[in-house]
Design a binder for this molecule. Structure first.
Ligand SMILES: [Zn+2]
Ligand SMILES: [Zn+2]
Length: 91
């Protein structure tokens, strides 16, 4: 079952379970569409896999199987190199 992680792992923006712009790889590395497309070119920086749109979970299923609330941080390598302060200037 998908975790439905609550945020983009690149820019940290919130990606609620009903977000249409959430993108995931097969390991559920989770990114917003703008990071996935503009920064990552559709490829997961952690595993190299495809990033595809995350399906939304219907509300009744979400009540029984809630989305993860555990925020997953930035990946250790790759896209963080330009941002050594930990702050994203675009936020
Ligand atoms: Zn993002
Ligand atoms: Zn991945």
């Amino acid at each position: 079952m998908l975790e439905l992680r609550p945020n983009c792992q690149a820019c940290g923006r919130d990606l609620p379970p009903d977000a249409t712009e959430a993108m995931i790889c097969s390991f559920e590395c989770t990114f917003c569409a703008s990071c996935a497309i503009a920064r990552l070119a559709g490829r997961c920086p952690n595993c190299g896999g495809e990033l595809l749109r995350r399906p939304r979970r219907p509300a009744d299923s979400l009540a029984r199987h809630p989305a993860s609330t555990r925020r997953v941080g930035r990946p250790a390598a790759g896209i963080t190199s330009r941002d050594e302060t930990g702050h994203d200037a675009s936020a």
